[in-house]
Design a protein around this ligand. Structure first.
Ligand SMILES: Cc1cc2nc3c(=O)[nH]c(=O)nc-3n(C[C@H](O)[C@H](O)[C@H](O)COP(=O)(O)O)c2cc1C
Length: 256
């Protein structure tokens, strides 16, 4: 099958039974082929070929603790909408902090530290459409590991996350969740990532493993977040305008 036959076949597959006689006539007109080729490729990409994907990151060292459970609750709704998901665990190994070495600015290698999940997230975000970050609250803030990973990810790989919707969730025993949530959201806000919200701040309460399930309002907040994320992603992927062209960034230090 030559290239043009392939395009015709793809156009018919994408359009299904809607391929009418005028459309077929247009298909045989060579002048229209380039235009048709572009349109077909665009439609094929927006059709079921590529599933929308959300990458979820669990910042807790407890693999199946409360943060994980809350993320699973968000995921349950994404799945209902046919959205693909993957949960990455930060785990309980050592995590590096950004040492401001500049390697990521001078090479295409990503972060100089390759032992933890930072570069894995960057690679996966190239094809994922959105990101959800879950963190337990430690001393009124996101836990240290997730902060270190997110700072390195965004410093080294801003291009792969920009324009993609994002949400954070924070899980705590008693207090500090709103401050932790704000801290995580501030990173998304610097990356042109639309921040997705819920019916309440994206927080839930629990101390020992599994206790978060007793916070029925918190669990509902997570489900609403999943539905809101799905709604926004479906809107974005239904077509329409791409993200706006951005001005070249002005980088100004407040020392002069
Ligand atoms: C080092 C440390 C600090 C914590 N600090 C807070 C805190 O400031 N506020 C709070 O409500 N809970 C705090 N907690 C409790 C955890 O946020 C809570 O147990 C949470 O459910 C843990 O989530 P996980 O099961 O996903 O790890 C802290 C726990 C640890 C280990």
């Amino acid at each position: 099958m030559d290239r043009r036959d392939f395009i015709k076949k793809t156009a018919m597959t994408v359009a299904g039974t809607a391929v009418t006689a005028p459309v077929m006539a247009m298909l045989t007109n060579n002048e229209n082929m380039d235009l048709l080729e572009k349109e077909t490729e665009k439609t094929a990409l927006n059709s079921s070929d590529k599933k929308i994907k959300v990458l979820m990151i669990n910042g807790s060292p407890r693999r199946d603790g409360n943060t994980f459970i809350a993320l699973k609750e968000v995921e349950s709704q994404l799945t209902k909408h046919g959205i693909e998901t993957e949960i990455l665990q930060i785990g309980n190994g050592a995590v590096n902090m950004c040492i401001n070495c500049g390697n990521c600015r001078n090479t295409d290698d990503g972060c100089v530290f390759d032992e933890d999940i930072c570069n894995t997230i960057a690679t996966k975000m190239k094809t994922a459409d959105a990101m959800i970050v879950g963190s337990p609250v430690y001393y009124g803030q996101p836990n240290g590991g997730i902060l270190a990973v997110m700072q390195r990810l965004f410093y080294s790989s801003g291009q792969v996350v920009k324009d993609k919707p994002a949400a954070a969730i924070a899980i705590c025993r008693r207090g500090g969740a709103t401050a932790a949530l704000q801290t995580l959201n501030m990173m998304f806000e610097m990356m042109n990532m639309p921040v997705v919200t819920s019916q309440y701040w994206n927080i839930a309460y629990g101390s020992s493993k599994g206790e978060v399930k007793l916070d029925t309002e918190g669990m509902q907040t997570m489900r609403t977040l999943g539905n809101n994320m799905a709604w926004l992603l479906e809107k974005i992927h239904a077509g329409g305008k791409d993200a706006p062209e951005r001005e070249r960034g002005i980088y100004m230090n407040f020392i002069r």
